[in-house]
Ligand binder design. Sequence first.
Ligand SMILES: Cc1cc2nc3c(=O)[nH]c(=O)nc-3n(C[C@H](O)[C@H](O)[C@H](O)COP(=O)(O)OP(=O)(O)OC[C@H]3O[C@@H](n4cnc5c(N)ncnc54)[C@H](O)[C@@H]3O)c2cc1C
Length: 401
Amino acid sequence: MARALIIGGGIAGPVTAMALQKAGFDTTIYEAYDRSADGVGSFMNIAPNGLDALACLGLSDLVRGVGFDTPAMAFYRHDGRRLTGDIAFDRVRGTGNTTVERSDLYIALRTEAERRGIPIEYGKRVTDAERIGRTVVATFADGTRAEGDVLIGADGLHSRVRDIIDPAAVKPRYVGVLNAWGYLPNHPTDEAPGVIRMFFGKKCFFMYTQAPSGELRWYANPVRAERPDPKSLRGGPAWRDEMASMFERDRSPVADIIRATQDIPAPFLNCDLPSLARWHHDGMVVIGDAAHAASPTSGSGASIAMEDAVVLAKCLRDQPTVEKAFRAFEAARRARVEAVVAQGKRNIEGNLLGSFRGAMRDYFIARTYKKPQTDGKRTLWMHEHHIDWEGPVTVGAATAA
Ligand SMILES: Cc1cc2nc3c(=O)[nH]c(=O)nc-3n(C[C@H](O)[C@H](O)[C@H](O)COP(=O)(O)OP(=O)(O)OC[C@H]3O[C@@H](n4cnc5c(N)ncnc54)[C@H](O)[C@@H]3O)c2cc1C
């Protein structure tokens, strides 16, 4: 049985391991951190295309089970007035749309992988890898090594495997805004839970969604045109005051929500990775954020990482050699994922428009979604992507807006 070394136990890693197991591979996951890092991160949306990919492996109910249903989104002006009604997310093959805590998602996927008999080795940070004959040998920071037939770099935005494959690989691009977030327990409201509410503030984009428990989870993109030193970014009361002041003149509920949030974590840089020259080399390949990170503002990075995982396993299952499988994988995926990354960048630019162009944006959004509960056609090309586990890999599926 062919053996796959999977570097990274985030989202793409465990899903790839389970897909490859289904394709007949012997897989092991190597994760840099120990289990205590499970709690790091904020919340995220898993779109219908992500849940569709998971359905190939019997994982979509598991993920929906740790999240909550997110049936719709709504847009608001800076003054708190609605631009749209609640717009139902694309209902693609009934897969739904889910909001989940990053840590809950990681734990659920890792636990399920282990339940299926896939070993996960924690505290294994890959530092180097090379092909020796027909074997790929990975070296870890603790001095240990592992050998396999293929090595899959699912090690995220700051991937080490990407640099091993191509030492000249581009670095993540800072896109001019920060990621900020906070949680507000038991926020009283008579609004429907699960709806993503997005506010085009005069100075900053803000969104929140309310869990069925009453907890309100928010996310914002404060502008920092010059890339700050990540170590200089701090959370806490001073950051809360600074964030609230960005919305003070908006007359929306946002400033009050921020002020009521007790603990605001330090923000971090919003980055993407638009186009990588080389995805694979010498029995190694990168997938997920390691290959093509979409800005969090796309709301799609995790979902396309799940698609990658399943498509890569199909390619390795169906192609006669590893090299051909990696080429088929890149041919099937590159155009689509780069279109998603570009959409994420466009979303950021749209959120930052000045008063005249912002007013034009508001007008077009209101016109596009005039009737409440219309289909979210603007995102259909992203969400309707479907993977048939049994069938051949299709090239160039669902790439254009
Ligand atoms: C604030 C925020 C909000 C987001 N919201 C959304 C959203 O709503 N919807 C959405 O679809 N996406 C969202 N994303 C993007 C999403 O989180 C990523 O696209 C997704 O996590 C990519 O999965 P991955 O498995 O490729 O990488 P990761 O989830 O980053 O996992 C990489 C793993 O590799 C490990 N690792 C790193 N280096 C090494 C090494 N050298 N050796 C071994 N292991 C290593 C890491 O510890 C980690 O466990 C958001 C991102 C952020 C930051």
